[in-house]
Ligand binder design. Structure first.
Ligand code: NCD
Ligand code: ZN
Length: 352
């Protein structure tokens, strides 16, 4: 890493939590990630979800086909865990280098999670096998019980699942608590052993629930887990700049057509792939911790997954840039609005 006050060069980052979708949307959004990141953990919550080795291999081929000619980008595939997931299929996919990890969605916790896990006893054999072979479990850590307040669902999951039985019964299981949004999440990961990590999104480092709800509801800032009180945003900022290598970059870039966001029952997800690294740079600068950006963006994730960091570098400069406008979804009349579209950021990527 080299850094001056106005310029920083870091190893090429990876995105450890990304939604690429499929079809026309995949082709429209993929270049924003592939231009900058070496690899990405690709979420399996398509409709229908990616639940076995054959579907993951086919989805990976569609992603590679959508990649512009001559670009190098490596999609790392995940298996959507259901009540019926076969431990042998999971292990085969891992050994054959199709699956990098398994994704756990509690049923009905978020977008396209209706095929997720409905009862914990249904996944015990899979968890035991993953613990044995060292395969990471990526968790959408929110209780899906409709009785639990939406702002408390992450903390409740930590109490009722992780602390109650999962880390006791599977102490060596590698776990990534995805897109943490609370002080409780940050503390849980900081206090845990080295086999537990967390991704943190750009938007949870800059937004609190007033940004979403005060003075008018802003559907493009709605995502799950929902943004919380400001003290949680502050705790996440402290965690990612603390030097603790359990925290790493995962954008949770989750594109939806504007028609599905600006409607009676708008869906959850923020499309931040075009400017995530600039937002992270802004945050690290505000925390006086630009020297920690490279570890968060480019080293801690590979370290957790047992992979080498990327070899080449990218450069960011302190240069104001305006976040781009909407992008069209081919073969439709719809478009996707990037996070902070039309606003100015202090840092720009000047070399990829
Ligand atoms: C994601 C999506 O749209 O697929 N939405 C979101 O708000 N983050 C699903 C998820 O990661 O929860
Ligand atoms: Zn996600």
């Amino acid at each position: 890493m080299t850094a001056t006050e106005n310029k920083i060069t870091i190893k090429r980052p990876d995105d450890w939590h990304l939604h690429l979708r499929d079809g026309a949307t995949l082709s429209a959004v993929l270049p924003y990630t592939a231009a900058l990141y070496g690899r990405a953990i690709v979420m399996p919550n398509l409709t229908p979800p990616v639940t076995n080795v054959a579907e993951a291999a086919a989805y990976r081929d569609r992603i590679l086909d959508a990649l512009p000619d001559g670009w190098s980008f490596k999609p790392l595939m995940t298996c959507y865990l259901t009540d019926n997931t076969d431990p042998d299929d999971v292990e085969r996919g891992y050994r054959e280098d199709v699956f990098t990890a398994v994704k756990l969605y509690p049923a009905r916790a978020t977008t396209n999670s209706e095929f997720g896990v409905t009862a914990w006893e249904n996944i015990r054999d899979v968890l035991a096998r993953m613990e044995k072979i060292g395969m990471p479990l990526l968790i959408h850590g929110e209780e899906a019980d409709p009785e639990i307040d939406i702002f408390d669902r992450e903390a409740a999951f930590i109490d009722n699942v992780l602390n109650d039985w999962m880390i006791r019964d599977y102490p060596e299981l590698k776990i990534v608590l995805e897109h943490i949004t609370t002080k409780e999440g940050a503390e849980f990961v900081a206090d845990a052993k080295g086999n537990i990590g967390a991704t943190v999104t750009p938007h949870h480092l800059v937004l609190n629930r007033n940004d979403l709800l005060a003075g008018g509801i802003r559907p493009h800032l709605y995502c799950l887990p929902i943004v919380k009180r400001d003290k949680h945003r502050v705790a996440l900022r402290v965690a990612v700049t603390s030097g603790d290598n359990s925290f790493f970059l995962g954008t949770d870039s989750a594109p939806h057509p504007i028609s599905a966001k600006e409607t009676d029952c708008g869906c959850a997800g923020i499309f931040n792939a075009p400017n995530a690294i600039e937002v992270y740079a802004n945050v690290f600068e505000e925390m006086d911790a630009l020297d920690k950006l490279e570890a968060f963006a480019s080293l801690n994730g590979p370290g957790f997954y047992g992979l080498e960091p990327n070899r080449d570098t990218i450069t960011l400069e302190r240069k104001s840039c305006m976040v781009m406008g909407e992008i069209d979804i081919p073969e439709s009349d719809d478009s996707i609005r990037p996070f902070l579209s039309g606003e100015h950021l202090n840092w720009s990527v000047t070399k990829t």
